[in-house]
Design a protein. Structure first.
Length: 16
């Protein structure tokens, strides 16, 4: 899992 995803999970398009 990329560090960017761990530090900024809110960047995922799955969130509203």
């Amino acid at each position: 899992v990329p560090a960017a995803v761990v530090q900024a999970p809110f960047f995922t398009p799955n969130l509203p």
